[in-house]
Write a protein that binds this ligand. Structure first.
Ligand code: PMP
Length: 422
């Protein structure tokens, strides 16, 4: 990312950046780019949910949704999301309000009760490890830390995790029990896995007989362009390769309808479903079927989901375009940063000069622009290059976002030129 500059022009650029930063700090901003939360206008799109299910209280098969039971979730809702999540409705469960909670539960159940194919419970084995493609989602890493699961970083490429590294580690090390994957429009770098990556994940040799891919398809329907990305179907590819039990598919409507008040899904092989249902039966007498029915009535079918996501896109796309436009105008050609231009999902990754990310985040916070802590995209909060910053453009208004990104660019120039001048 370096561009050669004479000492004089560098000093000039630094002086200008210092002046711009002083102006920025003097404006008393209070802007938040930390988390990928939907904006209020996005949530308004699902306002009708609040008056549903109206007076209705039965599902298609006549089940009274007000009562206990129905551990698999409403069949008609599973039908709607089967396509989106690439899981046949019969192998899909519609459960609670959070997919992160489901990932948490799957880890706990695997630790405390034997997963199909395992010789013993994970808690009875020596320390176990998960592969963590980086940059990745901090809450995945938080779950591993919480349960004492070692994390092994694997570099991301434009096609998904570096499969040479993944294949070697999974084949060699029986302690490697899993890998975190956000296969479409990944958090935070917007990468979608190529067909080859999916095929290699399905067919690779695993030293651990109970190895699992945690396939967190959180952004399956969250397109930002006219060319929706399609990824290959991992569940089928695993079954075809004789590794039927290898994948746990997760998804939710958190960023489709209401964040934290949507419906979460789990898809997998019949053996894994049986295992999860048996474990779930101990922790719940059934999911919130009223919320599920409300979602069925509101979204109607797979086309309904697509139409709804077009409305979401109409609100989100201008924000992502603004980020790209401002970063290009303020930082293009400086050699101080590069950034992603995602085709979907919720994040932009800004990569600054090595050793600068923490300082950029600190200076931005001092100027009233709060970003996700630098390092959060890596296991244990440790980005060895200190270069990755996750930008979440969804929540602020367009005007606030433009102000925040312009301010962030000032911080990148300030810290970058300070480092170069030395
Ligand atoms: N997975 C990923 C990759 C996410 O980005 C998020 C939300 N930021 C979640 C899961 C959380 O989803 P839920 O609301 O269903 O728990």
């Amino acid at each position: 990312m370096t561009t050669e500059l004479s000492p004089d022009s560098l000093t000039g650029l630094l002086e200008r950046a210092r002046q711009d930063y002083q102006d920025l700090a003097g404006r008393g901003l209070s802007l938040d780019l930390t988390r990928g939360k939907p904006a209020p206008e996005q949530l308004d799109l699902s306002e009708d949910l609040l008056s549903l299910p109206g007076g209705r209280h039965t599902s298609a098969d006549g089940t009274d949704v007000r009562n206990y039971g129905g551990l698999q979730g409403l069949a008609e809702l599973r039908e709607i999301f089967a396509d989106v999540l690439q899981v046949p409705a019969g192998q899909l469960l519609a459960l609670g309000n959070s997919s992160l909670e489901l990932m948490h539960d799957c880890l706990v159940h695997a630790l405390l009760s034997v997963v199909p194919g395992a010789e013993s419970r994970w808690v009875d084995q020596e320390r176990i490890a998960f592969l963590c493609p980086v940059p990745g989602y901090d809450r995945h890493f938080g779950l591993c830390e919480r349960f004492g699961i070692d994390m092994i970083p694997v570099p991301m490429t434009a096609e998904g995790p570096d499969m040479d590294v993944v294949e070697r580690l999974v084949a060699e090390n029986p302690k490697v029990k899993g890998i975190w994957c956000v296969p479409k429009y990944s958090n935070p770098d917007g990468v979608s896995y190529s067909d080859e990556t999916v095929a290699r994940l399905a067919t690779m040799q695993a030293a651990a007989p109970d190895f699992r891919i945690f396939w967190d398809n959180a952004y399956a329907a969250h397109h930002l362009t006219d060319e929706p990305v399609e990824i290959a179907d991992l569940l089928t590819a695993c079954a075809d390769a004789g590794n039927e039990d290898r994948v746990f598919v997760f998804g939710s409507t958190s960023k489709i309808t209401a964040a934290g008040a949507g419906v979460a899904f789990f898809g997998s092989s019949p053996a894994n479903l049986k295992w999860l249902l048996a474990n779930n039966a101990k922790r719940s007498i059934g999911p919130d079927k009223i919320n599920q029915l409300r979602h069925v009535m509101f979204l109607r079918d797979a086309d309904g989901v697509r139409t709804h996501m077009e409305r979401q896109r109409a609100l989100l796309q201008p924000k992502f375009e603004a980020v790209a436009r401002i970063l290009e105008a303020e930082l293009g050609g400086t050699g101080l940063a590069r950034w992603t231009d995602p085709k979907g999902g919720y994040f932009v990754t800004l990569e600054v000069t090595d050793g600068c990310a923490k300082e950029v985040v600190r200076r931005a916070a001092e100027a009233g622009i709060v970003l996700t802590p630098a390092g959060a995209t890596h296991p244990y909060g440790d980005d060895p290059r200190d270069a990755t910053i996750r930008v979440a453009p969804s929540y602020p208004s367009l005007g606030e976002l433009e102000e925040a990104i312009a301010g962030l660019a000032v911080c990148v120039r300030l810290v970058g030129y300070e480092q170069r001048v030395g």
